[in-house]
Ligand binder design. Structure first.
Ligand code: NAD
Length: 354
């Protein structure tokens, strides 16, 4: 990139595993941010830092003491998010927390309270919000393309290779597609349709037989009265998931299908292809619908998210997905498991106050 490094915001990366490396790779060529330093105890992370000529620390607290970072990305395992995030906040660094914002609601609350107390912004890595397709969909919904939302349906079904499950945590509680993948769909629907107030769900581990689910079917009630369904599976051969359909990152083989279907009292909208349907004349199920399609503008949402990190750190933008947003999305994802286990509806409003 032509921008000199000195004008790019130095950002610390805590955790250089799968997603940490994706951030680092983008930051190396980003016009707005640069990698200040990497904290991750593994030899592989140290080797990566050395190969890129970047400062490396085994312990994130040493990085916070010694680097010139002015913001941080926390891309460590879920159970460490709150601790590492709070340490960054205590040093006054705005943080991008990878999703889920924390492993439990209690830890998510602790993190949000620390940010609030210190006046330090928290962002959560629900990067789909930065995708121009979702941004356009949100504009269309706000302009009234749906009218009053009535019904939404989404699919997140695909086949993960068997080798993905070589890591033990991916076969155990907390490692399944509800908390890893469906959480993004829940956040997407919260962003477009509004707050989720109640959840019913069933989960199944019939295909893979692991402790954790491989498939889930979810019913949602939104605060505005709309109802929704979501299905997720990592054991089904299918193109119907956002990552493939939207081409969220270059390593996905893109397909041209829709995965989310929103409808309301005035019209319907599909994602990611942004097909819209409405009545121009008489209304009724025997009348012809008018179809329009918005031109798709594709852009890497992770790059846009990094631009946003700098803008938030410099006080020019508010977090698009705040810590509290991340907490509410986590709450909906945890409610899926709770509802599936209890086989009854889990109401979210009451639990938020608890
Ligand atoms: N936004 C997305 O699409 C997306 C995609 C993948 C993962 N994630 C999230 O990112 C996080 C990391 O996932 P991953 O798949 O990269 O995991 P990973 O296991 O590949 O990497 C985590 C890294 O963190 C390091 N680490 C552990 N404790 C640390 C600490 N205290 N300080 C510094 N480093 C530490 C580990 O050594 C490891 O290298 C998870 O919360 C996950 O849910 C988000």
């Amino acid at each position: 990139m032509s921008t000199p490094p000195s004008t790019r915001l130095p950002v610390a990366v805590m955790g250089a595993g799968a997603i940490g490396r994706m951030h680092i790779e983008r930051m190396m060529r980003h016009p707005d941010v640069r990698v200040a330093a990497i904290a991750d105890p593994t030899p592989a992370a140290r080797a990566l830092a050395e190969s890129l000529g970047l400062p490396w620390f085994a312990d994130h607290r040493d990085l916070l003491e010694q680097s010139d970072a002015r913001a941080a990305i926390v891309a460590t395992p879920n159970h460490t998010h709150a601790e590492v995030g709070i340490h960054c906040i205590e040093r006054g660094l705005p943080v991008l927390m990878e999703k889920p914002v924390a492993d439990t609601l209690e830890n998510a609350r602790r993190l949000c309270e620390a940010g609030e107390r210190a006046g330090v912004p928290i962002m959560v890595g629900h990067q789909r919000r930065h995708n121009p397709i979702i941004q356009r969909a949100r504009t269309l919904v706000n302009e009234g393309v749906l009218g009053r939302p009535v019904s939404v349906n989404g699919m997140a079904t695909w086949l993960k290779p068997d080798s993905y499950f070589d890591l033990a945590w991916r076969r155990e509680k907390g490692g399944g597609p509800v908390l890893i993948n469906l959480i993004h769909d829940l956040d997407l629907l919260r962003f477009l349709v509004g707050e989720i107030v109640a959840v019913q769900a069933m989960t199944s581990n019939t295909v893979r037989g692991f402790e954790v689910e491989d498939t889930a079917a979810v019913l949602l009630r939104f605060a505005n009265g709309a109802l929704g369904t979501l299905t997720v599976s990592d054991a089904a051969v299918s193109p119907w998931n956002w990552d493939l359909a939207a081409g969220e990152a270059p390593h996905y083989a893109q397909v041209s299908v829709d995965t989310h279907f929103l409808s309301g009292t005035e019209g319907s909208l599909t994602l990611p292809r942004l097909n819209a349907w409405r009545f121009d004349g008489q209304r009724g199920w025997h009348e012809p619908l008018t179809h329009t399609q918005t031109m798709l503008h594709r852009q890497d949402p992770y790059m846009e998210q990094l631009r946003h990190v700098r803008a938030v750190a410099e006080g020019r933008e508010q977090p698009l997905c705040s810590g509290v947003d991340g907490l509410r999305t986590l709450q909906a994802a945890l409610a899926v498991h709770e509802a599936a286990v209890g086989q009854k509806q889990t109401t979210l409003e009451t639990r938020m106050q608890g």
